[in-house]
Design a protein around this ligand. Structure first.
Ligand code: HEM
Length: 470
């Protein structure tokens, strides 16, 4: 496909704003419309021009050539204002070394330990649900993911007030970053408006927390078995460890990566199941057979096949990371188009994952698309976790978390979208529904509700003392 790739430009750009209004108002519809104009298309956001990849071969070509197409552009510059030079935002020159140092934190032998924390957090979340009531599911899965990200990063217990403040600061920063992306005139961000002040205060507060926690950990010198302990322990070939500033950047990177992506993927899965009762019934059969009403654990995962496919299909329909940029480090050519050094290339998994020629009836929620491993999508077709050297380091962690949470929820609860409730996407750094009001009904069939696998006393102990991974 790459040899014959077509270049096109997209109609409808407004003076000064370009396509920012279309992208801001109906982001997913706008993106899905782009392949009609070419395999590589040009759009404008404010004064900045972007080349958007609409063809899987071009996506693959760009993602695997991270020397020519390096991290950069408005989105990464914004994330850098919070996550500094962490693994997700650092340039190619720093990346190999950082990835080598951090990979042990995601080694598969650590997963059973993380999964224990996940099951305990799922049990805590479900404890807060009571029968026959309405709930904004988005709020509870956001809290769950933020809580899990915090507890896997810092095993040492944070008090509830600190935890809540941390979460609110993160929310303010994420919302501020999205606004800045859509209005990329930096002088506007320096004006002393209330929104800019809130953003700066939240950013400074988050920095203070992390610096304080790092100092506490260094002083105590104890391995808590969490990510912060790993960051403090890593050494390069010359025996050099990470500085406080480097630790700060990685902590933010993992917090952003860990909480802002898994929550929407779980929320969309629940939304899609609510809209598709036939699939939900099959999922209930699966979890009844495997879990009998208890919270899912790591060893259950191989038997939760439909659960896995529901998550894959929801990542296809609603990939949480919906916009990524790359910047060309030298003059190059793509789809027959000359791109001078410094050109911004944009990819969105949403575009290719909604192409009807690649996924028939692309808007239909059909987990059975993923039944046959032999028909795995070709390169560049399914990229919710990216591809190449910069592929998500937390992919298996995230899939484990989503599988344990979704199966445990389905084992005990049936969730229905409230009549009249419609999915509305909030254009933030990740794609998330604006809210997800659902009614909850406790299930009774085939399940022993009084015997959760993760014992209550264990959960209470873990929350009081901090979680210690094996
Ligand atoms: C459903 C959940 C998740 C999704 C959809 C997701 C998606 C992605 C994507 C698309 C990228 C590549 C970005 C690019 O190409 O520019 C990425 C990178 C990354 N993700 Fe995730 N992610 C998820 C969960 C996580 C979790 C749980 C963590 C950490 C605990 C994490 C940490 C990272 C990091 C550190 C990178 C940068 C990797 C590198 O450049 O070497 N992600 N993620």
């Amino acid at each position: 496909m790459t040899d014959n790739a077509r270049f096109g430009s997209v109609p409808g750009a407004l003076p000064l704003l370009g396509h920012a209004v279309q992208l801001g108002r109906r982001p997913l519809d706008f993106l899905a419309s782009l392949p009609a104009h070419g395999d590589l298309v040009e759009i404008r956001l404010g004064p900045v021009s972007f080349h958007v990849l609409c063809d899987p071969d071009l996506v693959h070509q760009v993602l695997v050539d991270d020397r020519t197409y390096d991290k950069g552009g408005a989105i990464f510059d914004l994330v850098r204002t919070v996550a500094g030079n962490g693994l997700a935002t650092c340039p190619h020159d720093d990346h190999r070394q950082q990835r080598r140092l951090l990979q042990p934190a995601f080694h598969r032998n650590r997963l059973p330990g993380y999964a224990k924390v996940m099951s305990a957090e799922v049990a805590t979340m479900l404890d807060g649900w009571s029968a026959n009531r309405e709930l904004d599911v988005l709020v509870t899965v956001n809290e769950f993911a933020a809580s899990l990200a915090t507890r896997t990063l810092f095993a040492a217990e944070l008090d509830d007030a600190t935890f809540e403040e941390l979460r609110l600061c993160m929310h303010t920063v994420m919302t501020g970053m999205m606004r800045r992306m859509l209005l990329p005139w930096s002088f506007l961000n320096r004006l002393p408006t209330p929104a800019n002040r809130r953003f700066e205060q939240a950013r400074a507060r988050l920095r203070r927390y992390v610096v304080q926690l790092t100092a506490d950990y260094r002083r105590a010198g104890v391995d808590h078995g969490d990510l912060l302990s790993i960051l403090l322990a890593v050494r390069d070939e010359d025996g050099r460890g990470l500085t406080d500033a480097e630790i700060h950047d990685q902590v933010f990177t993992f917090y952003l990566g860990g909480s802002e992506t898994t929550a929407p993927s779980l929320a969309w899965s629940l939304y899609l199941l609510g809209r598709n009762p036939a699939v939900r019934r099959r999922l209930h059969d699966e979890v009844d057979a495997v879990l009998s009403g208890r919270v899912a654990e790591f060893h259950d995962i191989p038997r939760l096949d439909l659960t896995r496919r529901v998550i894959m299909e929801s990542l296809r329909l609603y990939p949480p990371g919906w916009l990524f940029t790359r910047v060309t480090t030298k003059d190059t050519e793509l789809a027959g188009r000359r791109l001078p050094a410094g050109s911004v290339v944009l990819y969105s998994p949403h575009i290719v994952q909604h192409r009807a020629d690649l996924f028939p009836e692309p808007e239909r929620f059909d987990p059975d698309r993923w039944l046959d491993d032999a028909h795995r999508p070709a390169r560049g077709v399914f990229t919710p976790f990216g591809a190449g050297a910069r592929k998500c380091i937390g992919e298996v962690f995230a899939l484990t978390e989503a599988t344990l949470a979704l199966a445990s929820i389905a084992a005990r609860w049936e969730l229905d979208p409230l009549p009249g409730a419609r999915e509305r996407l909030t254009p933030r750094l990740t794609s998330t529904p604006r809210s997800l009001p659902m009614s909850l009904r406790e299930r009774t069939s085939g399940a022993n509700r009084t015997d959760p696998t993760v014992p209550r006393d264990l959960i209470t102990r873990q929350r009081r003392q901090g979680i210690h991974h094996p």
